[in-house]
Design a protein around this ligand. Structure first.
Ligand code: SF4
Length: 427
């Protein structure tokens, strides 16, 4: 049996991923790090791909045809950088490429990556793409502890990111928040990796690490200014969270003295769960074994999330995330939520929610040619009209952005003017 930390056991026999290293392309830096720690918690070697740079774009362009979306280009570029590192044995490399059903090209990327590897002399490099649809193929007996640990890792990263965004724009000493964030992330990753995999013990240990993080953040001297405009960030999940792809848009917004509220990864997880139930209902299988499993998973995930968020009530007061049902209800007047699936529904619904929570503007970050972004862009003018003229703007990225600073400066002026007109002001 494969041994996992602290003597717990998960899985039988010699696990096929043992002796290999799983590489994760991080969407957000923090979530990538905690997710890699979740792999290590179940006894597998894992790390994130090295930080993206110009070589990422070069290799991405070399190994793709030009028709793919920008996130595919970036992740393939980063994977190829791993494989070109001197001394790398491609047969010991496992590339993690999540997949999902949906109306866009994302569902094809794992298959496409396999094709790219086979055509370019890496037939022995494995692609790991576990989903409920393929019974978490590749993880075998480790699937169950991984799903739970992975979820907790994502929630923890989400909390950390929210702390970063709540403190950084107001710090008195420039750079201090990022220093604290880095320390706390290290601590949280260590807790995920080293605490026993036993669910209650693991959960308590993780919450303790998060409380330590909260207390460190509370020690950062800040000067909060209620006139700081809050900007809601929605858009394509990879591009909005991957700083290299979106040219550090959030950092630049903060340079203009704004605060950002970014749609997180758990939102997507809750949405896919909701979709699973909708499809089960359509197929008349709401009372099946599969549905029961999904209900149990949903209940456990809710409970874990609630437990981890509990110590942060004060920090996130006024910044509470909506339930997925609320988001879909807000989207309903603009899109048929059961027909127009995927991120476009989430982005429109979340934009409305954020406006109700006091956002002075909404930015949609999408890759150039992203179908979701294009549909949303057509809908936003109506959303804006219905919300008293809140400025909503799409920013598209493909690695060739021209003058983002200038565009953000103009946009922020519109947001400030909307904030002055609007009543009531931000809570
Ligand atoms: S969401 Fe947009 S960028 Fe992402 S795969 Fe779909 S179409 Fe491409």
């Amino acid at each position: 049996m494969l041994q996992v930390p602290n003597g717990s056991r998960a899985g039988g026999g010699q696990h096929p991923l043992k002796g290999k290293r799983v590489y994760i392309p991080p969407m957000g830096y923090g979530s990538g790090r905690t997710f890699a720690a979740a792999f290590r918690a179940i006894g597998l070697d894992a790390d994130i791909t090295p930080p993206s740079d110009h070589r990422t774009r070069e290799l991405g362009a070399k190994y793709t045809s030009g028709d793919e979306c920008y996130p595919a280009k970036v992740t393939i570029g980063d994977f190829m950088r791993v494989l070109e590192q001197p001394g790398t044995d491609p047969s010991k490399v496992v590339l993690f490429m999540p997949t999902a059903e949906g109306p866009c090209r994302f569902g094809q990327y794992a298959t496409y990556l396999r094709l790219v590897l086979d055509r370019n002399g890496f037939p022995h490099t494995q692609v790991l793409s576990p989903t409920s649809g393929n019974a978490y193929d590749g993880l075998g007996d480790l699937a169950r502890p991984f799903i739970r640990t992975g979820w907790r890792a994502l929630v923890a990263a989400d909390i950390m990111q929210k702390l970063l965004l709540r403190y950084r724009p107001y710090e008195v000493h420039k750079g201090e928040t990022e220093g604290v964030y880095a320390e706390c992330l290290e601590d949280v990753c260590e807790s995920i990796e080293k605490s026993p995999i036993d669910p209650p013990v693991q959960l308590r240990a993780l919450r303790e690490a998060l409380v330590r993080a909260r207390d460190r953040f509370r020690g950062i001297p800040v000067r909060r200014d209620p006139s700081t405009p809050l900007i809601g960030i929605v858009g394509e999940i990879f591009c909005r969270l991957h700083n290299f792809s979106n040219e550090n848009l959030v950092r630049r917004l903060e340079e203009y003295e704004a605060e950002a509220w970014i749609s997180d990864i758990p939102e997507w997880v809750w949405y896919t769960t909701q979709e699973q139930f909708r499809k089960l209902k359509l197929a008349g299988r709401l009372y099946s074994k599969e549905a029961l499993g999904a209900w149990i998973r949903k209940w456990i995930q809710h409970r874990d999330e609630h437990f981890l968020f509990q110590p942060f009530r004060e920090e996130f007061a006024g910044h509470e995330e909506p339930s997925i049902r609320e988001v879909l209800d807000y989207a309903r007047p603009y899109l048929p939520v059961d027909g127009a699936m995927g991120e476009m529904v989430l982005n429109v619904g979340k934009a409305v929610y954020l406006a109700h929570k006091g956002a002075a503007g909404i930015i949609d970050i999408s890759p150039f040619t992203c179908m979701n972004g294009i549909v949303c862009e057509a809908i936003y003018p109506r959303v804006s009209r219905d919300l008293g003229g809140i400025p909503i703007r799409n920013f598209y990225f493909d690695g060739t952005q021209s003058d983002l600073d200038r565009d953000l400066g103009v946009y922020l002026e519109l947001a400030r003017s909307y904030q002055r007109r609007r009543k009531p002001a931000r809570s």
